[in-house]
Design a protein around this ligand. Structure first.
Ligand code: ZN
Ligand code: ZN
Length: 817
């Protein structure tokens, strides 16, 4: 028989690096992922991509987030959507300032502010450059023409504009209020920026004196250094031990100040001695009680975490030193009853892990408490994937005690567009048309104070929380505040990790409600975290950190992407696994080799489409693979609609590897080499549709094979923008016969294997004991002979062979060598 095979168009070795970088460049040159603004025919699908923080290196967690987004973008594009996949950078923030300080070995205060800001911008650009490379190397279908940075003047303008609009609506205000303060970073921080860590602390039992009776009153506290700030003593109203004392006064030891003894339901009678001291401010309950009982405020800690003049003999000591010193003093005077160790949680700064303090400060706030109800109402309209993620947002919103403090005492951030009158104190908010502005350096855009006529105006020194920048991304993507493209807003998809539900998702909805009366996104796709190979959170200090770049260097993007899809269900944590990436790689090599084999036949001659060929020409095994493909397409489509990447990828791999490569391709090789049109057309269709689906997960490989084998005939500029495959037609009845053929071939191959024969070895006779299916099996004889290199197939209606066919236990076979 003359073989029709030609030299395969696909090279023997799959050169991952060359293939991937070639297509990354080509896709950009072709502009296939550009959002087409002028296209009014296709429906749009807009994604509010998280602008990463420019740390200089893409974290595997970021990479997973972006790969998920890319799965969606690629799938939607193939479904006919005009997809908007923008890219931004969330530049500002404490970490950059800290890093610039570290890199230069100087403190921020050692620089002129302008010089420090210039350095922050310069480093940020450098770090972005590195991360941009990583994002491109992942093969993400980002529309790079949309790239923006929150430190750009144009982005400043938008952030400041949003501030002004909210100020005019009465949703932003300036007031003195206790705020959470990081003494290391010397700035206010939001509740979302506090990290609670478990720790053990000493609990000091301190003797107070009741003024009226002279008796001792013992109070347990972890913060005796706050005695100088003690303004009241509280007990529970039902606590019999102390009912007689309510209304009397306690004398604070060492400081000899008299404070009232009050009864309050909020006191836990089981903690310590059941008596608490209210200090301004030890924690949030102190803030509540101070307000409730109009207690005086005595601040004894300054902005740097050092005791001030109100602390008497503790003045000048750092908080921890003061704690030791005051304990010594109490012990010496016999005022310390006992000390015990307890486990508790301490609020720390998310950036520098210093324990935070509560200090009253004049700051800018967003009225987040007032908007909480509406925020939850809008959040419930969002489709959360997985749906239990909504609960996390709800719990967070309900746990918030205070308004969102949005001013920061830092440098590298969007300035607050406000000036103050030095004479009457008026707040002059800059009008929208004068933005962007930097009141720290720019002259005021007002001649004089509109209230008192003074010309002595001073610019605001404080800047904004970076979440003020990144909580308007969806609106900015749509062009706000200039020309809002309504098709893009609210965004169709908000994809992020569960770790930022309480920040990014929350702030976006809050600002959406404040500015537009609705959420800024319709669906929230929430991903899990990537853990180290040891199962712990990935962290450089744990030694379990894996850089994306390392994975890309070793395996390329497609293997990593496919691993991401296969590794865990959407929303669940993923443990990083080199074996997992390697498995994905081996699968892709399998596809490459299968396509290479097929490419020896599929090129050169014009194939008839299945429709042209007609179903009558197909063999049962062709129907079988078409049936399996059809089921796989329906199922993968359903899973992708549900953002269930794991199931989609698993079923696609299972089909491709085990049905297409292991069974079908093996079974039709002999037909291909003899020029069988049905085998040729079926393989063409099945391989192409499989690659189309695979292009969501492994776009480079799919594109390379497509370009070498299919592009001439199909004509799409890229397989990644081809129309999503439809399930092919097939004959259901014939697929059952095809399944029987596949099972028989598989069992006969196992028999060959067990007889230590190579698969290519010729065998004399295969006996099939098929019972009442004997006639049916006879129709498959040619497939069995051709595939298994068997001279003769004998089908028996009676008797039993040596080996049962597992899928059809009533049928058995024997091999005669
Ligand atoms: Zn800090
Ligand atoms: Zn004035």
């Amino acid at each position: 028989m003359r073989s029709l095979a030609m030299e395969p168009r696909i090279p023997k070795v799959y050169d991952v690096k060359a293939v991937e970088s070639k297509w990354q460049k080509a896709w950009e040159d072709l502009g296939v992922y550009r959002f087409d603004r002028s296209d009014r025919t296709r429906p749009t699908f807009s994604i509010d991509t998280p602008p990463p923080y420019p740390s200089g290196e893409l974290h595997v967690g970021n990479a997973l987030n972006f790969v998920y987004i890319d799965f969606v973008a690629r799938y939607k594009r193939m479904r006919g959507y005009n997809v908007f996949f923008p890219q931004g950078w969330d530049c500002h923030g404490l970490p950059t300032e800290v890093r610039v300080e570290k890199t230069t070995g100087k403190r921020k205060s050692d620089f002129q502010p302008e010089e420090f800001l210039r350095l922050c911008r310069e480093y940020t650009l450098k770090w972005i450059e590195e991360m941009r490379k990583d994002l491109k190397a992942l093969g993400l279908s980002i529309d790079w023409s949309t790239e923006y940075m929150t430190m750009d003047p144009d982005y400043w303008r938008r952030t400041q504009y949003s501030f002004v609009v909210m100020y005019k609506k009465g949703l932003v205000y300036r007031a003195e209020h206790p705020v959470i303060w990081c003494p290391r970073c010397e700035t206010a921080i939001a509740e979302a920026e506090v990290e609670y860590v478990s720790t053990s602390k000493l609990l000091y039992y301190v003797k107070f004196r009741v003024k009226e009776t002279g008796e001792d009153l013992v109070i347990a506290t972890t913060r005796p250094e706050l005695l100088p700030s003690c303004v009241a003593v509280l007990v529970h109203p039902d606590d019999r031990r102390y009912t007689g004392l309510v209304g009397k006064h306690a004398v604070v030891p060492l400081f000899e100040r008299e404070v009232p003894i009050l009864a309050d339901e909020g006191v836990d009678p089981n903690f310590g001695t059941g008596v608490v001291m209210v200090c301004t401010y030890g924690d949030k309950s102190d803030v509540r009680w101070q307000k409730k009982y109009s207690l005086p405020v005595v601040i004894s800690i300054d902005d740097h975490g050092v005791m001030n003049e109100n602390a008497g003999f503790l003045k000048g000591l750092k908080v921890e030193e003061a704690r030791r010193r005051v304990a010594e003093e109490l012990r010496e005077r016999g005022l310390l009853v006992k000390v015990e160790s307890i486990s508790t949680t301490v609020g720390t700064c998310w950036r520098c892990h210093t324990p935070v303090e509560i200090l009253p400060k004049k700051q800018w706030f967003v009225k987040s408490k007032e908007l909480a109800g509406k925020v939850l109402e809008e959040a419930r309209k969002v489709r959360w994937i997985p749906d239990y993620m909504y609960k996390r947002l709800e719990n967070w919103v309900l746990s918030l005690d205070w308004d969102w403090v949005i001013s920061r005492q830092r440098l590298f951030a969007t300035p607050i567009p406000v000036y103050y009158c030095e004479d009457c104190g008026a707040e002059l908010v800059v009008s929208e048309d004068k933005l962007p502005i930097d009141p720290r350096f720019d002259p005021p855009p007002f001649d004089r104070c509109p209230r008192c006529g003074s010309r002595r105006l001073r610019g605001e020194r404080d800047v904004m929380d970076t979440w003020m920048d990144s909580s308007i991304t969806a609106a900015v993507h749509a062009g706000w505040p200039d020309a809002m493209d309504e098709r893009l807003f609210p965004a169709d998809l908000q994809p992020n990790g569960y770790d930022i539900i309480r920040t990014w998702d929350y702030y976006l909805i809050l600002r959406g409600v404040a500015l537009f009366g609705k959420s800024q996104f319709k669906e929230a796709l929430i991903n899990g975290m990537v853990r180290g190979t040891d199962g712990r959170m990935m962290h450089k200090s744990y030694g379990n950190y894996v850089a994306v770049r390392e994975v890309l260097e070793k395996y390329g993007a497609d293997s990593f992407r496919l691993w991401v899809a296969l590794a865990a269900a959407t929303g669940q944590d993923v443990r990083f696994s080199w074996e997992g990436v390697d498995y994905a790689h081996r699968f892709l090599v399998k596809v490459w080799n299968a396509a290479r084999l097929a490419s020896a036949y599929l090129t050169g001659e014009k194939a008839l489409s299945l429709e042209e060929l007609g179903a009558a020409e197909l063999r049962p095994i062709d129907h079988w693979i078409l049936g399996e493909l059809s089921r796989t397409i329906s199922s993968v489509t359903r899973h992708l609609e549900e953002y269930n990447f794991q199931q989609a990828a698993q079923e696609l791999v299972e089909f491709t590897w085990h049905k297409l490569c292991d069974h079908y391709l093996e079974a039709i090789k002999y037909r291909l080499s003899s020029g069988d049109k049905a085998a040729y057309s079926t393989l063409y269709t099945v391989l192409l549709k499989t690659l189309q689906m695979l292009s969501v997960f492994a776009p480079h490989l799919a594109e390379e094979i497509y370009s070498l084998v299919f592009k001439d005939r199909e004509g799409w500029p890229s397989i990644t923008v081809s129309p999503w495959p439809q399930p092919p037609a097939y004959d259901e009845k014939a697929t059952e016969v095809g399944a029987l053929a596949v099972a028989l071939i598989a069992e006969a191959r196992r028999a060959k294997h067990d007889a230590r024969l190579p698969l290519s070895a010729r065998v004399k006779t295969l006996h099939v004991y098929a019972g009442d299916r004997a006639e049916l099996v006879k129709t498959l004889a040619e497939d069995l002979r051709g595939t298994l290199r068997i001279d003769e197939v004998v089908v028996h209606a009676q008797g039993e062979g040596q080996r049962k066919v597992p899928e059809f236990p009533e049928i058995s076979i024997s091999l005669e060598v």
